[in-house]
Design a protein around this ligand. Structure first.
Ligand code: ATP
Ligand code: MN
Length: 473
């Protein structure tokens, strides 16, 4: 270790800009490769995650630790570099760094380091999720995911929506449809039982919260409480579903954005959803150029064209009944046969977006029997004011609806869904006191990242995926 001069620090991303040529700076990062030239110096490719590209560091052999340290420093080592940013003679980069001091901060044994230079499969990288952010692909996913989150907040903040934090532990089941993770401090080996019950039902009155609780599947019901006071709100946080579906589009823990808008109907809801997605795609196209170029070259050739096309065209709007009609008339053989009343399967959704329209499709007015109790009943009494936004490759990316604001209808729909209205007394109060037409939707963050990047598996767009039988790291 030698002592460097402690110059002004720059990120690798900054150091690659021509405007800094001539500056003497300090850089930190991890070595991607080292190459030794016969002319008496070594080249380090240095990356610190601030950009897809690595900066080239030229280390002359007259550095005091050149032979003792630098000639042993390779892939995975962390180093500090001081030197001058100079114009690069090489193609494809504006600058390089002529080092005056290089220190190895953390060594890395290349023989045992799991990340080798050669391309490794995404399956393998899932087994080393703690190291995969050091690869080009996962660095790019992390930066694009970050850009999408920034864009989500900007979109709503620019429009005056209030960011509301809804609880993660809930005592209510939003969808009325199981598949929740229980939250309990009871001793699972010896749970307290209700007195006088034959089958030995668990007595949750003795549990931490004095009732059975779960991890949230959606912040919507809490969101509605705030929307019916603050008009336009959104929640954005982790969501949990214990659905045992091992697909490339489902996680047990994922992030969801849920705007909720008072004085808004289904049309208004669709308009916001479309503007919202376009806003996100535009931001990614404008601000993640290098990362998106990487995805277009390495993952999915079509991503850039698809996003550009979507930003500049209108989404298709199609009622469920029309969608079923299109599917029936398609002559296509589906694994799940189509008839009015079925829930659209991924294969149907993808057929509509990929074969028929080749762009996002908003399907609305679904049969009441397959949708949640809180969706507004249409006059036909057969359908509800639901909408799903479907995109090519991914299928459903947004699910939303206009909410039922009429107390009696809502109570009837609850009972129909096997829910006890008394347990939802606070939710029904929103209809008792100053009820208003309102609407909202949920956008899955990971499905958005998948769509934007073209990554095939949802496990590869969240840092540490939680899926059935898998919660390592
Ligand atoms: P799907 O039919 O695809 O399972 P859903 O109808 O259960 O979705 P909603 O309850 O409407 O979905 O949730 C809103 C959004 O949250 C979805 O459009 C999707 O983007 C996302 N989402 C839902 N479930 C998951 C999951 N298990 N993993 C990742 N994202 C999800
Ligand atoms: Mn689902």
């Amino acid at each position: 270790m030698t002592t460097c001069a402690n110059l002004e620090k720059l990120s690798v991303k900054e150091a690659m800009k021509a405007e800094h040529i001539g500056k003497k700076v300090k850089l930190n990062g991890w070595v991607r490769t080292r190459r030794d030239s016969k002319a008496g110096f070594s080249f380090f490719e240095l990356n610190d995650g601030s950009s897809m590209k690595s900066v080239q560091v030229l280390a002359p052999n007259d550095l005091s630790n050149y032979e003792s340290e630098l000639l042993h420093a390779g892939i995975g080592c962390s180093i500090e570099v001081e030197g001058e940013i100079v114009e690069s003679p090489g193609k494809g980069q504006a600058t390089e760094v002529k080092a005056t001091c290089v220190n190895v901060l953390g060594g890395c044994d290349p023989a045992s380091y799991p990340l080798q230079k050669k391309g490794t499969s995404f399956e393998f990288l899932r087994t080393i999720a703690h190291l995969r952010p050091r690869t080009n692909s996962f660095g790019a996913v992390a930066r694009v995911r970050n850009e999408i989150c920034k864009s989500i907040h900007n979109f709503f903040q620019e429009r005056g929506f209030i960011y509301v934090h809804t609880p993660i532990i809930t005592g209510s089941d939003c969808e009325g449809a199981g598949q929740m993770f229980k939250v309990t401090t009871l001793d699972l080996n010896k749970p307290p039982l209700k007195e006088g019950t034959k089958s030995g039902e668990i007595n949750f009155e003795e549990d931490f919260f004095g009732k059975a609780t779960n991890l949230t599947v959606s912040g919507q019901l809490s969101g509605e409480c705030y929307a019916t006071a603050l008009t336009n709100i959104y929640t954005f946080g982790p969501t949990f579903r214990a659905e045992n579906s091992n697909t490339s589009r489902h996680l047990a823990e994922f992030w969801m954005v849920e705007p909720e808008m008072s004085f808004c109907n289904l049309e208004g809801n669709m308009e916001v959803a479309e503007a919202f997605l376009k806003h996100i795609f535009r931001d990614v196209l404008n601000n993640c150029e290098d990362d998106m170029k990487f995805f277009a070259e390495r993952i999915d050739k079509t991503v850039l064209d698809t996003l550009t096309h979507i930003v500049n065209s209108d989404f298709v709007r199609l009622s469920y009944t029309e969608a079923v009609d299109k599917l029936l008339k398609s002559g296509q053989k589906f694994e799940f046969p189509v008839e009015w009343g079925i829930d659209l399967q991924s294969e149907h959704e993808r057929y509509l977006t990929e074969q028929v329209f080749k762009k996002p499709v908003i399907v609305y007015d679904y049969p009441r029997g397959i949708k949640a109790f809180y969706m507004k009943l249409n006059e036909d009494e057969k359908t509800v004011r639901a909408m799903d936004v479907l995109v090519p490759g991914v299928g459903e990316i947004i699910g939303g609806s206009q909410r039922e604001e009429r107390l009696e209808v809502l109570e009837t729909r609850m009972k129909e869904s096997g829910l006890n209205p008394e347990e939802y007394w606070w939710y029904l109060d929103l209809r008792r006191y100053g009820t208003v037409p309102h609407a909202g939707f949920g956008l899955g963050l990971e499905r958005t990242v998948q769509f934007v990047t073209g990554m095939a598996n949802i496990r590869d767009v969240i840092p540490f995926p939680r899926t059935p039988k898998s919660a390592e790291f």
